[in-house]
Design a protein around this ligand. Structure first.
Ligand code: BEZ
Length: 219
């Protein structure tokens, strides 16, 4: 692999809070644009290669959480640098051998357009295959969270689902979520920003005030 080729695969990574870069791509469900998803949330995720063991377990696991994601108004879109025919053959194989029908579309990113736009190629990990990236994109097409995993480790779908639930809870209630939060657990109320508010917070009875800067409530 020439250095020039490797260098051409390196792109600035989109960051949390930025508008997700739009693209038009060939997928297993026809041509799709990122902008087609405006108005609903999207998990855009990459996998290194079709017909590989870890990716196969991940696809089954993504499909398992897909009904729950849809209930939350979240769509799934996979992407790898494999061809459309490879994607079709692989998902047919998963259904035939493992009994799981993959219902979400997969981008055939042969020209790496999507992978490069989203910084999914990390040449030190692999020069042409995408790492395991997860971009959580909201209904306004803003990137709200990014997860990267290396080729050797499959992702944790409970965490992907938990992260979506945490983001949507924060949006709906203007709160934050503590470490290891799960739906139903207490959430963190906004920290006071003035001395007066901090003093008032210490007097509050209807929320759990651990100290002026750390208070929780049930929602
Ligand atoms: C896998 O999914 O098993 C895999 C893919 C690319 C490199 C290594 C492992």
């Amino acid at each position: 692999m020439s250095e020039q080729f490797v260098a051409s695969n390196v792109n600035p990574m989109p960051r949390i809070g930025e508008k997700a870069p739009n693209f038009e791509a060939v997928t297993t469900h026809g041509t799709l644009r990122l902008s087609d998803y405006a108005g609903s949330w999207l998990i855009l995720f990459s996998h290194p290669a079709d017909f590989t063991p870890v990716c196969t377990t991940e696809f089954i696991a993504f499909q398992e959480i897909y009904p729950e994601l849809k209930k939350l108004g979240v769509e799934l879109l996979g992407v790898s640098v494999d061809s459309l025919y490879s994607h079709i053959a692989w998902t047919r194989n998963i259904e035939e051998k493992m009994g799981v029908r993959i219902e979400f579309p997969i981008v055939a990113d042969l020209d790496m357009n999507v992978a490069k736009k989203f910084g999914m190629i990390m040449p030190e990990e692999h020069s042409t295959e995408a790492v395991r990236a997860v971009f959580i994109i909201d209904d306004k097409q803003i990137i709200r969270a990014i997860i990267y995993y290396p080729l050797s480790a499959g992702r944790n779908m409970s965490e992907v689902l938990r992260l979506i639930q945490a983001l949507k809870t924060s949006d709906a209630h203007r709160v934050a979520t503590p470490a290891n939060w799960h739906p139903g657990d207490a959430v963190i109320v906004p920290t006071p920003t003035t001395v007066e508010e901090a003093e008032a917070r210490m007097m509050e009875q209807d929320i759990e005030v651990i100290d002026w800067y750390l208070s929780k409530k049930k929602i």
